[in-house]
Design a protein around this ligand. Sequence first.
Ligand code: PMV
Length: 326
Amino acid sequence: MKSTARAPSNIAFIKFMGKTDENLRLPSNTSISMCLSDAITTTTVEFSPQYKNDQIDIRGDVFNNQENERIVSHLDRIRKRAKVKLFAKVATQNSFPKGSGIASSASGFAALTLAGTKACGLAIPEKELTILSRLASGSSCRSIPDGFVQWEKSTTSDDSYAYSLYPPEYWDIRDIVAVVEDKPKAVPTTSAHSLVATSRFFKARMENIDNTISLLKHALDRKDFPSFGETVENEALNMHAVLMTATPPLLYWNESTMSVIRAVWSWRLKGLRVYFTIDAGPNVHVLCEGKTEKTVVSYLKDISAIQNFSINKPAIGARVIENHLF
Ligand code: PMV
C-alpha cells in the first residue's frame, strides 16, 4: 500500500479569488492556469499497520501544526473514500526551494491526492481526482490535468472540477518567476479569499469575469500572444485592485514588485512582447514566448531587486512514478 506521485505547481491566468463555500472550497469564479515545468512536488504515501500515527516528513522544510493538520485531514478524506483504517507515512519533496516565489500547496496537495489514492488501491478518474484535491487546496485541482487547465465554478461539489484545455506542447510560452522576496507572505491566501467580498470592486470583478474568460480563451485558441498577455496582466491587476480595496486592505506588492512591473512595461514600449501576472504575494511572473526567453532573462538579470528566478515551460499534470522517496 505504497505509491509515489509527482505534480507541478501552476500559474493562474484567470485567478481563483473568493469562495462561495469555505468548507467545500467552491470558487466564486471559473479560473484558468498553466502547469509549471520547474516547480514539481514528489510525494510518497504508504499506509501500513506498522504506523501508530500519521508521520509527515517534509524534506527540506518544516511545517507548522496547522500545515500538518491540513495534510492529516486530507489523508482522512482519502481513507474515508477507500474505507481504509490504517495510518500513513508521507514523505514529500519540492524541486523548487522554499521562497522561490511559487506556492507549494497546489503541487503538494495534487501529488498527495494522487499518491494517497493509489496507495489505497483506488483508481479514480481524473475528474474525480481533481474534485478530491480541490477539497484540500482549491488551486491544487488545476495541477492534476496536463498543460493549460480550466477549473469550473459550480454550486455543487461534483461539478466544480478541472480539465485540460490544451496539452503542454500546444504553445511554447514561458513563465519566468522573478523572486523579489523569499520570505513567506505575511497574509495567507485563505485570508484574501475571505476578505475580497468586502471590496466594493468585487461585484464589478464578478460581473466582468465571464467576459475576461472569453477574451483569454479566444487568445489561447488563436495563440495570440499580445492579446493573451494583455488579458492576463489586466486580470492580475483587477484581482489586486480588489484586494487593495478590501477591509482591511491587502497589498501584497512591495517596492521591488513595482520596479519589475515598470521594467516589463518599459520593455514592452520598446516592442518586446512581455507581460506579467502576480499571485497573492510580491513576486512577479514574467510571461513571454519561447523565442524571447533569452532576451527577457538577460534584461531581468540587470534588475538588482530580483534575488533569483526560475524559468517554467507549460508542463504535464500529476503522474504516478516508480521511484519512492523511502
Ligand atoms: O488555492 P489557494 O487557496 O492557494 O488560492 C490561490 C489564489 C491565487 O494564487 C491568488 C490565484 C490562483 O488562482 O492560483
